[in-house]
Design a protein around this ligand. Structure first.
Ligand code: HEC
Length: 108
């Protein structure tokens, strides 16, 4: 469960009530960037990995979400990701994946 400050919950409630809630709020995007920073050690800054490592920048959100789910369930064998994937809730993975999908691949 993602902890949101009370004020943002109130704002979200109001926005929903007015029917203008965007799919991803600015705060969600910031949280996604922060959570995604934990992936930088291996997948590079903003998801642009050094040669030899897989980049996440520009990878579609649903692809990253599916990969994380497969690592978590064990459907996709891994050396590291099966453990990392278990550390995040589905909602957190959605935010992280949304962040990386929006990053520009530098093609390194
Ligand atoms: C300690 C290094 C490390 C960290 C930190 C790490 N990864 Fe990975 N990641 C890997 C490795 C290594 C692979 C290849 C699969 C394996 O052997 O685990 C991989 C593969 C992946 C893949 C599949 C890419 C593809 O092209 O198939 C995704 C998606 C992914 N990681 C997402 C993430 C996300 C999201 C985070 C942060 C929450 C993260 N990783 C953090 C090392 C890491």
């Amino acid at each position: 469960m993602i902890q949101l400050p009370r004020a943002s919950l109130a704002a979200l409630t109001i926005a929903c009530g007015l029917g203008v809630a965007p799919a991803v709020t600015a705060q969600d995007a910031t949280l996604g960037r922060h959570l995604g920073a934990t992936c930088a050690n291996c997948h590079g800054t903003n998801g642009n990995a050094r040669a030899g490592m897989r980049s996440l920048a520009g990878v579609p959100q649903d692809k990253i979400v599916a990969a994380m789910a497969d690592y978590k369930s064990g459907a996709q064998p891994a050396t590291i990701m099966h453990q990392i994937a278990k550390g995040y809730s589905e909602a957190q993975v959605q935010l992280i994946a949304s962040y990386f999908a929006a990053q520009k691949p530098t093609g390194k």
